[in-house]
Design a protein around this ligand. Structure first.
Ligand code: ADP
Ligand code: MG
Length: 387
């Protein structure tokens, strides 16, 4: 099968794909198994390709050795504790991005490809590296090229899930690596038809600080008026000192220990209930309900206060100019109401509304930025083909 646009966000908690406009996500869990354990792992067979997403067991050859991996939901219960919360993984070195990419391609082939055709050609693959990693490792472009090169060319992956066994050959013709958070500006500037976005007019005359609030890091980038490209290295900043998941872990330990056994459960409870009027937990065994609104909202407001303060401190504004702050990333919708409250208390409603903006597609806006770039690339390709 042929894939024209393959866009990927290797998040610390979720791996998100947009493949020729088809979206799916996989929890970023990868567990390596021995060959023997892999062979006996499943005892029953599946026949619906959709079910493969929850049962991804693959193998691939890395540095000449065949290795076996569980990926996504199925690996979740095998992941030990929450050790990964405080550990940020280096996506340029780690095998996790490559393994999840191979698993996702295999899944996509299973649901969309023809039964007897295991060749997958990807015209244009794109992913990103986060600012914290790029800044740490010095030369941005070198790192980006190294990351892009990992995906370029030929790959082989075997699906070992019983009922879905197959071997897939993947060829990536062109591979690019963009800067996470910075690439989101395209999704603010343009729509998917590559036309100017009306909503972006508010940024025509203002420098914008894009604040990407993730589970483990916060990445910030300063864009000149008109959502233009950042000027230089000093236009990028990141914070790793108060990660959202650590903040939630403190809340859990101090106030909610009898309600949540681990931080991931609390996190999920919050993002699935945050838009309801009350954050109520129902005990499945007793049927009792507990109203947890007060401690959770209080804690989210504390977090929003820290994040607004950090965002404002990242790039001190020249005296007579004002920045607009646009909050993106998965944590942004979770603390949207708190951001609004804190900004209103500090600056009044008008300034809060105009200068502290949570993007409506916050969680996916990086991926959408990639999608827009790949659509532009696709249009170029088609033009040169017809000439
Ligand atoms: P990163 O890019 O650092 O991996 P994200 O930007 O994906 O992080 O943000 C992760 C956070 O997004 C989680 O900690 C969670 O609180 C929040 N979140 C909001 N909605 C969802 C969702 N539907 N699924 C998973 N996480 C979500
Ligand atoms: Mg992210």
């Amino acid at each position: 099968m042929n894939i024209s646009r393959f866009n990927v966000d290797f998040g610390n908690s979720m791996y998100m794909n947009l493949i020729d406009g088809y979206y799916f996500e996989i929890p970023t869990n990868v567990v390596e198994l021995s060959e023997e354990k892999a062979a006996g792992y499943f005892t029953s067979s599946i026949d619906d390709p959709e079910e493969l997403l929850e049962r991804l067991l693959i193998s691939t050859t890395i540095d000449g050795k065949e290795r076996f991996f569980l990926v996504g939901d199925i690996a979740e219960k095998e992941v030990l504790g929450n050790n990964h919360i405080k550990k940020l993984h280096n996506k340029v070195e780690s095998h996790i991005p490559l393994v999840t990419f191979l698993a996702a391609t295999a899944y996509y082939q299973a649901i969309k490809g023809k039964e007897n055709n295991n060749e997958v050609t990807i015209e244009y693959f794109q992913t990103m590296l986060p600012i914290w990693l790029l800044k740490k490792l010095n030369k941005f472009s070198e790192m980006q090229e190294r990351m892009a090169a990992r995906f370029s060319g030929d790959h082989k992956v075997k699906v070992l899930t019983i009922g879905m066994e197959r071997e897939i050959n993947i060829n990536v013709k062109e591979s690019k690596c963009r800067i996470e958070s910075e690439v989101a500006r395209w999704a603010i500037k343009k729509n998917f038809d590559l036309e100017d976005n009306k909503d972006a007019e508010q940024f025509k005359n203002y420098d914008v600080v894009l604040v990407d609030l993730g589970g483990g890091t916060d990445d910030l980038v300063l864009l000149p008026a008109g959502l233009k490209a950042p000027k230089n290295r000093d236009s990028f900043e990141y914070y790793t000192d108060v990660p959202f998941l650590s903040h939630l872990e403190d809340l859990r330990k101090n106030k909610l220990i009898e309600h949540f056994d681990e931080v991931r459960a609390l996190e999920k409870f919050i993002y699935t209930n945050i838009n309801k009027s009350k954050l109520e937990r129902r005990d499945g065994n007793t049927g009792d309900t507990y109203d947890l609104t007060e401690p959770i909202k209080k804690s989210l407001k504390e977090y929003a206060t820290i994040k607004i303060t950090q965002s404002e401190g990242a790039f001190p504004a020249p005296k007579d100019s004002v920045y607009k702050y646009v909050y993106i990333g998965g944590v942004a919708p979770v603390i949207a109401e708190s951001i609004k409250e804190v900004a209103e208390e500090r600056y009044g409603r008008d300034i809060a509304e105009n200068n502290h903006i949570v993007h409506p597609e916050a969680r996916k806006v990086n991926l959408f930025g990639l999608e827009i770039l790949s659509r532009a690339e696709e249009a170029k390709r088609k033009n040169t083909q017809t000439v």
